[in-house]
Design a binder for this molecule. Structure first.
Ligand SMILES: [Mg+2]
Length: 324
C-alpha cells in the first residue's frame, strides 16, 4: 500500500474507537481522538457479535441458484463447473470468474438484469428452518441471561455472495452490517466486480468488526491496541458450513472466539465436512442447520453465549477492581 494510505490509517486509527463508542450506545464518555484519553467510566466490551456466512449456512444453496441462473435457463451444476474450469485454465480468481460469467451469459441471452432486479431476486432465496425467527429468539435468550446489564447483540453477515441479492432477503434487516461481494453497474458495458470477498478476504471483515472500523472507505491495517477494540474476538461466534470458512473459523478461534459449523439435515458431504472441521479444532461445535428454538444448533449456540456472558461479567469485575 502507498504511504498516503498509511498516513491516512494513522489518523483513522485514532478516530475509530471514539466513533464506534458513539455508534454503540455511547457507552464510553470519551470522544477524544487522543489515545491517552480520560479513563472510561464504564466497562465497554459488552457487545456480542454473531457473524454468519450465507450460502450453505443460512440458505441451503448458493443464492445465484434461486433466481439468476433459472432466469437464464442455466443448470447450476454446469455453471459452477464452467466457472471452476475457466478459473483453473486462466489462473483466475474463482469468485471474480463467477461474477463475470453470470453477466456474460445474461448478455449472450439478451437478458438485462440491473441492480434493482438483483435485489428483487433476494425474495426467492430459501432459508433454513427457523432462520427468520432466530434473531428474535437469540435476543430473547440474551435478555433473560444477561446479568451484566448493557450487553448488546449484533448480527453480521460476511459472504462471498452478492450484496444486492442479500439486500432483498427477508432477513437483511436483522444484520447490523453486511459485508459481501458487489457490482458496479454504471461505468462498464457489463457490470463489473466492485468488491470481491474471498475465503481469506473474509478475515478482513472480522477485523473490521473487532476494531469497529466498518466503513469500507477506512483502512483496517493500522495498529489498534486490544484495549481499544470495541468487540473482542472472545465476544464473537462465527457460523459457517465448509472449507471456505476455514480462514474465518481459524482466525476467530485462535483469537479467543468461537465457531460453529452447520450442515444440511441429511447426512452426506456437508456432514462429513463438519466432522472434519470439528476434529481439526476449527469449530467448538457442529449441528444441523436447523435454527428453530430448541434445536441442537440453538442449544449449542446458547451454551457458547453463556460462556461469553460469563466472560463479560468476569472481565467487567476485573475492570471494576482495577480502576482505582
Ligand atoms: Mg458457505
Amino acid at each position: 500500500m502507498t504511504e498516503r494510505a498509511t498516513g491516512r490509517n494513522k489518523e483513522r486509527d485514532d478516530e475509530a474507537p471514539a466513533r464506534e463508542s458513539a455508534s454503540s450506545g455511547g457507552s464510553s464518555p470519551s470522544k477524544s481522538k487522543k489515545k491517552a484519553a480520560a479513563p472510561r467510566e464504564t466497562f465497554d466490551k459488552k457487545t456480542i457479535a454473531l457473524v454468519y456466512d450465507f450460502d450453505g449456512t443460512l440458505s441451503p444453496r448458493p443464492m445465484q441458484e434461486y433466481s439468476f441462473l433459472p432466469q437464464l435457463g442455466i443448470d447450476p451444476k454446469e455453471f459452477w463447473a464452467e466457472c471452476g474450469r475457466i478459473a483453473r485454465e486462466q489462473g483466475a480468481d474463482p469468485l471474480i470468474t463467477y461474477m463475470h460469467l453470470m453477466y456474460k451469459k445474461a448478455k449472450e441471452r439478451g437478458i438485462r438484469i440491473d441492480r434493482a432486479d438483483l435485489v428483487k431476486q433476494g425474495r426467492d432465496v430459501e432459508l433454513f428452518p427457523g432462520v427468520e425467527e432466530w434473531f428474535d429468539a437469540i435476543a430473547d435468550y440474551i435478555k433473560i441471561r444477561a446479568e451484566s446489564h448493557g450487553v448488546q447483540l449484533r448480527h453480521y453477515l460476511v459472504s462471498s455472495g452478492l450484496t444486492e441479492i442479500i439486500e432483498g432477503t427477508k432477513i437483511r434487516k436483522h444484520f447490523h452490517n453486511v459485508f459481501a461481494s458487489e457490482y458496479w453497474f454504471d461505468p462498464y458495458e457489463l457490470p463489473y466486480p466492485k468488491r470481491v470477498i474471498t475465503d481469506t478476504g473474509k478475515t478482513q471483515y472480522l477485523f473490521r468488526i473487532n476494531k469497529g472500523i466498518e466503513d469500507l472507505g477506512e483502512s483496517i491495517n493500522a495498529h489498534m491496541p486490544e484495549s481499544e477494540r470495541p468487540i473482542p474476538f472472545s465476544n464473537m461466534i462465527y457460523f459457517g458450513d465448509g472449507e471456505t470458512d476455514v480462514p474465518s473459523m481459524a482466525l476467530t478461534r485462535k483469537s479467543g472466539g468461537h465457531a460453529i459449523a452447520v450442515h444440511p439435515e441429511e447426512k452426506g458431504r456437508g456432514f462429513d465436512t463438519c466432522v472434519e472441521l470439528f476434529r481439526a479444532g476449527r469449530v467448538d461445535f457442529y449441528a444441523a442447520a436447523d435454527y428453530r428454538r430448541g434445536s441442537d444448533l440453538f442449544k449449542r449456540t446458547c451454551l457458547l453465549l453463556d460462556r461469553i456472558l460469563a466472560d463479560i461479567r468476569v472481565q467487567e469485575e476485573i475492570w471494576e477492581v482495577g480502576r482505582f
